[in-house]
Design a protein around this ligand. Sequence first.
Ligand code: COA
Ligand code: AMP
Length: 637
Amino acid sequence: MSTSPLLSDDHRRWQADPLGFWAEQARAIDWIVPPATVLEDEGETWRWFPDGQLNTCALALDHHVDQGRGDQLALIHDSPVTGSQARWTYRELRDEVARLAGAIRSLGVEKGDRVVIYMPMIPEAVMAMLACARLGAVHSVVFGGFAPKELAVRIDDARPTLLLTASCGIEVDRVIAYMPLVREALALSAHPPAHVLVRERSAMPVRLSAPAELDWDTLVARAAPVDPVPVGANDPLYVLYTSGTTGRPKGGVRENGGHAVALRYSMGAVYGARPGDVYWAASDVGWVVGHSYIVYGPLLHGCTTLVYEGKPVRTPDASAFWRVIAEHRVNVFFTAPTAFRAIKKEDPEGRGLAGHDLSSLRTIFLAGERLDPPTLAWLEALVARPVLDHWWQTETGWPMVAYAAGLGAPPVRAGSAGLPVPGYDVRVLREDGSPCEPGEPGDIVVRTPLPPGNLCTLWGDHARFVDSYLRRHPGHYLTSDGGVIDAEGYVTVLGRTDDVINVAGHRLSTGEMEAVVGADPAVAECAVVGIEDGLKGQVPLGFVVLKDGAAVHPQRLEARLVQSVRAEIGPIAALKTVLVVGRLPKTRSGKILRRTLRQMVARADVAVPATIDDPVILREIEAALRARGVGRFGGAG
Ligand code: COA
Ligand code: AMP
């Protein structure tokens, strides 16, 4: 338990009486049946507010209309890629969502059924999530940058009754047809849903080609609005798949009750947001940031949420963020550091700010990957406002460590993500489970039970949840991030300790990429590691050993492997460089030394591991890196 003198009063109150603290937070939401019990804890299974009943969509929409916010803007859509903007008040959004819920119900979707959402950043994606919540159906949003196979894997795990999609996404100036991707995914999946509801966009008309494919607007026009369906606090609100160490993504389950309580709390405590504020998270509904801080958090808190269909650069230029902040009077802004690195690269002097009135903006929050001190310093100097790092994960659903703006944020220390947020008992442990000294790196863990709003199981696989997160250090949740806590309680995240990498704020599994690369007929074995990249934080780098007698030109093989990864995982996997090497460094028992490979790309002084089978291999690897000019020998490939 942290004893930092910098901890907030809320943190101390939570430390002194965790259940009392959460009971108090729970009273701040409008339950259908308020919970009498705060927590049931059975060690590897815990349930927050088990006897409470609520409806998350009602809390996000109807509640505000009932409280007199009906005419306040709930949602602004700003889409530079289509040159359009649109706005909905709370009342309008409630009515649209209620009708969409009616349309979804007319296709047989009821409480507990799953609905997969594969959509671009259009308002209907947000409405779709809320409509599912209204029915008590469990949504599972799949990021639009994933390829059909990834979509199929998620469909087969979630076994949805319905899939919601759109005719296209727009990547800067490229129109990406979704239906061919969806149709391919359905053909690949063993449990395709009975129906696909397609929102046609003017950028791409769609011809529905099977009886299962239905037109969104037609169905919604015919639908009757539905009232929110009461659900139990422990009924799932959504399943969100995220990359793990193996190729199979993990379906984290978020429950309705704890989620509503925790997100509402975080909006004020962490982000310092007030009802009525304009809150903008520039992310995508396919990621957890989108779930928590484009959709649910701002709406549960009575803010106006901004949904942006564009990029930090190229839509049309590096001034896009400043234009949006000024035009919509954004008060709190949240994005990933990579977005600002992209802006800094194109506009290092911040000329794009000129003419944009940022006076509404109070705070910028950054997360999703390490916030590098040069980017922090550049941004602080440019905007002359607090720029606050915070650290969390898909699994936790809301921040674990932050400079909590609503709780009197401690002074910023570049490189550190801040102090533990109330609810999180964050510790750093050695491999043997003993606590690290201040400043000593180790595994960052959180004492269980995790606070409300965190994942509580993996969809259909509680044993995998326990194995993945609770086994390594009993009594603690393993974050799979390494880090340090200093004497004053500041937490610094040093990076993943597993095979997950973070590319432009997107979480990807190198194991999954290895499975694709290793399946190539010319490849005998391979390793994919994350290497540092000035723009994207990390990018993958592949090493392959050819099968004996494989006659393929390395450049042609590289192009083929890059294409395979794009086709099987998606363009966001961003594998661009593959080196053909004679051998891979291994332990005497045959395990590939990925860590050594990673280190060799980054620095010259790599210690030869005691377990290595043949140290000469390292010289061969170094020669290959040098010849290609990769990592410290030139650039990111
Ligand atoms: N649908 C289809 N394709 C997509 C996609 C989507 N939703 N999102 C990304 N892609 C494609 C891109 O078009 C690109 O394709 P390309 O290789 O053919 O050019 C590829 O996937 C890689 O995309 P990305 O990682 O976004 O790189 P980029 O070079 O296009 O842009 C940034 C770099 C930094 C501008 C961009 O990553 C960005 O805006 N990041 C913000 C961070 C963010 O939102 N993180 C989410 C978590 S908070
Ligand atoms: P995701 O589940 O996609 O949100 O990715 C979570 C991972 O991103 C974490 O486990 C970290 O490795 C990384 N991450 C997120 N936020 C930060 C941060 N503020 N500093 C360092 N790493 C971060």
